[in-house]
Design a protein around this ligand. Structure first.
Ligand code: NAD
Ligand code: SF4
Length: 442
């Protein structure tokens, strides 16, 4: 049974209220941090914990915090990225819906550590219920003296605001988010400079994911060393995984990093296996932006050892035989699912969401969508598969922000692992229209 640090009390009635959250030990981390620790000591605990960014990139959180510039007389900001939009990813929404004070508590401790006096939670615009839940929880916390002026009599002031997002996937990219927060169109900025040097309104800013900020609470309560004991290698702590697709029990699970993927998919504690007695065909382990893997490589490494739910194990073998933990949006495809159709679907998404600033992404995502549509609808040629490969290669690494790579990788991995399925669509256009390409066709 995995230890639960974030979701331990998720089923307690009323845990979304301040009173019940407090009864379960909530806001202890704020008391400890503000009354007994210095900002530097908090940063040190987060560094010791080994926590890595839970939005998808996995960048060490303590290191990011220590990069924050501190010029005299210049404001610093903490911005929580709650613009969760990655297809297959719904773990932050879950946390904000059911246990909003965990995020608010994490925001107070993290803002104190970073020296921020004004902080923002930028929430995906479509998540109106969550925006209302957070606003209510912030009002409760403020009325009880956990926010505002002179918190707990320590002299520390913090104002926390919820900002609805601009309704575009690209606003989840941290610099596009900052542009949007400043009231502009959400176009990504060229990095460097990173937000830690020049972020919101040109001031030093840390942008952290919801889950990363919530994880600071158990790190401060129990200490960074205790947190680092959970997990495996450089993948420390627990991780929220949103599981969807053809699973018996889709949902949000908190796992200890290092759990075998096979156990995650098939054990009753987690997803309970593939729905309707079907076989697993493929997975996307970390949201749509990571390579798709066939079932055999999902469960085992190329050397036959079990693959684990960790940053290192999921990416073992590079893109030839591996993928990425990403945002933890785990999608399972059963034997009846069509990889070509799914790849076309992802391509449509990225084409629609491209901000259009750079040509390889703006034009390339459109061309990938067109060529995939052609193949999926029975009009493709063998040259189209090579053309697709060529387009994705010209996008990867040649764009301002990671959306270009994110659009290229699903296409590259689908061709790499399921080329025969593309070819079957071309050779058997009528048949491929009338039935899915299942394992039986191999
Ligand atoms: P990144 O690797 O460029 O940066 C990660 C973080 O580290 C950023 O905050 C960045 O500012 C910081 N950083 C990196 N190098 C730094 C340096 N030298 N100095 C200071 N700070 C530095 O990745 P990214 O663009 O932030 O994120 C890409 C990931 O986002 C993808 O892998 C994808 O999985 C994920 N994603 C998630 C969602 C979602 O809904 N959760 C949506 C889209 C994408
Ligand atoms: Fe915009 Fe795409 Fe370029 Fe990112 S990669 S800046 S989304 S055009």
């Amino acid at each position: 049974m995995s230890r639960k640090l974030l979701l331990e009390h998720i089923n307690v009635p009323g845990i979304n209220t301040l009173d019940v959250y407090r009864q379960k030990g909530g806001y202890r981390a704020v008391e400890k941090a503000l009354k007994t620790l210095t900002p530097e000591e908090i940063v040190e605990e987060v560094k010791k914990s080994g926590l890595r960014g839970r939005g998808g990139a996995g960048f060490p959180t303590g290191m990011k915090w220590s990069f924050l510039a501190k010029p005299e007389g210049v404001a610093r900001y903490l911005v929580c990225n709650a613009d969760e939009s990655e297809p297959g990813t719904f773990k932050d929404r879950y946390l904000m819906t059911y246990i909003p004070h965990a995020l608010i508590e994490g925001m107070i401790v993290s803002s104190f550590a970073l020296g921020a006096k004004v902080s923002y939670i930028y929430v995906r615009g479509e998540m109106m219920p969550q925006i209302r839940i957070l606003e209510k929880a912030i009002a409760e916390a403020k009325a009880a003296g956990w926010l505002g002026k002179n918190i707990l009599g320590t002299g520390y002031d913090l104002e926390l605001y919820v900002q609805p997002g601009g309704g575009a996937y690209i606003c989840g990219e941290e610099t596009a988010l900052l542009e949007s927060l400043e009231g502009k169109r959400g176009n990504p900025r060229i990095k460097p400079p990173f937000p830690a040097i020049a972020g919101l309104y040109g001031c030093p800013t840390v942008v952290n994911n919801v889950e990363s900020i919530a994880a600071v609470v158990p790190i401060i309560n129990d200490g960074g060393d205790e947190y680092a004991k959970i997990g495996i290698g450089r993948s420390t702590g627990t991780k929220l995984i949103s599981a969807s697709g053809n699973l018996v029990k889709p949902g949000v699970y908190e796992i200890e990093l290092g759990l075998p993927v096979e156990e995650f998919i098939y054990s009753d504690e987690y997803c309970g296996g593939i729905a309707n007695g079907k076989r697993l065909k493929a997975t996307v382990a970390g949201g749509s932006s990571v390579p798709v893997l066939p079932a055999n490589l999902t469960l085992k490494l190329a050397n036959g050892e079990p693959r684990l739910m960790s940053y290192e194990s999921l990416s073992e073998g590079g893109f030839a035989t591996g993928t990425m933990l990403g945002s933890g949006g785990f999608i399972a495809f059963d034997e009846d699912q069509c990889i070509v159709r799914n790849t076309w679907n992802f391509s449509r998404f990225y084409h629609h969401e491209s901000c259009g600033q750079c040509s390889p992404c703006r034009e390339g995502t459109g061309w990938m969508e067109k060529v995939l549509h052609k193949i999926e609808h029975g009009h493709g040629t063998m040259e189209d598969v090579d053309l697709l490969w060529d387009i994705q290669r010209k996008i990867e690494g040649n764009t301002i922000c990671p959306l270009g790579d994110a659009a290229a990788w699903p296409v590259a991995s689908a061709i790499r692992h399921f080329r025969d399925e593309f070819e079957w669509h071309i050779k058997e256009p009528v048949k491929s229209q009338s039935q899915n390409y299942g394992i039986a066709n191999y």
